[in-house]
Design a protein around this ligand. Structure first.
Ligand code: DC
Length: 227
């Protein structure tokens, strides 16, 4: 299978397993991996560090204009803000919340989408987020909406936090995810939604490797149908 030009776009709510599955697929298919959520997290990290609140979209957009966000190679994939490695700092629940809040603003979204579209223009990439199937890569080779129940997603997130040595109560994680889902789904500008031509994949009943296998089969079918 020639994957050099494919674009796989995966959207879904927090904790559905998008990152884990995307990383497996990137390795397996030898394509790049773009974590669009990490870019919103990176901006939130910088804005909070500058003492800004996450309620001013114009200010946040100005900060973004003066910020470089780069990715390195590795797992976890290094995230650099103005050359500073923030890979672990951006993975806290607080930054997740702030990223969700800051991502509501159109000036921020327009700039992020433009950057992301540049990164996927040449193909050979898997990207994941909340609007990648609908806005960032509407012409992707394959679009997937990856989902699981709230309980399942909260359990996974809690395990991730505990594995990183962070204190984590299930009920707290569950309510954080519920809030974040609500905000990401109900925002005015490009809310999280299932694109009409996306394949919905339930991740709860499968291991990440199995989900990656399902998506690989869907990709093969798409490429065959095209040829
Ligand atoms: O995927 P994540 O948890 O790292 O994303 C953090 C927040 O960033 C998410 O709650 C909403 C926002 N986001 C977005 O609005 N659009 C994307 N494509 C990716 C993330």
């Amino acid at each position: 299978m020639d994957t050099s030009k494919v674009v796989i776009a995966i959207d879904g709510p927090a904790g559905a397993g998008k990152s884990t599955v995307s990383k497996i697929l990137a390795r397996k298919l030898e394509i790049r991996y773009l974590d669009t959520g990490a870019m919103y997290r990176a901006l939130a990290w910088k804005a909070l560090g500058q003492g800004l609140t996450t309620h001013d979209g114009d200010e946040a957009a100005k900060v973004l204009d003066a910020t470089t966000i780069d990715f390195g190679l590795g797992d976890p994939q290094p995230v650099l803000v103005d050359g500073v490695d923030v890979t672990s700092q951006i993975r806290t629940p607080e930054i997740g919340e702030a990223a969700s809040a800051i991502s509501q603003f159109t000036p921020v979204r327009q700039r992020m989408v433009a950057r992301q579209q540049e990164l996927v223009a040449s193909g050979g990439v898997i990207l994941e987020g909340r609007d990648v199937t609908t806005v960032v890569a509407p012409n992707a080779t394959l679009k997937v909406y990856l989902t699981a129940s709230l309980e399942e997603r909260a359990l996974r997130r809690q395990k991730e936090f505990i594995a990183k040595g962070m204190d984590s109560e299930f009920t707290d994680v569950r309510s954080q995810i519920l809030n974040r889902d609500h905000r990401d789904i109900s925002r005015q500008d490009s809310p999280l939604t299932v694109a009409p031509d996306a394949m919905v994949v339930e991740s709860a009943e499968h291991s990440p490797e199995e989900v990656a296998g399902i998506i690989t089969k869907l990709l093969e079918a798409k490429l065959e149908a095209k040829s």
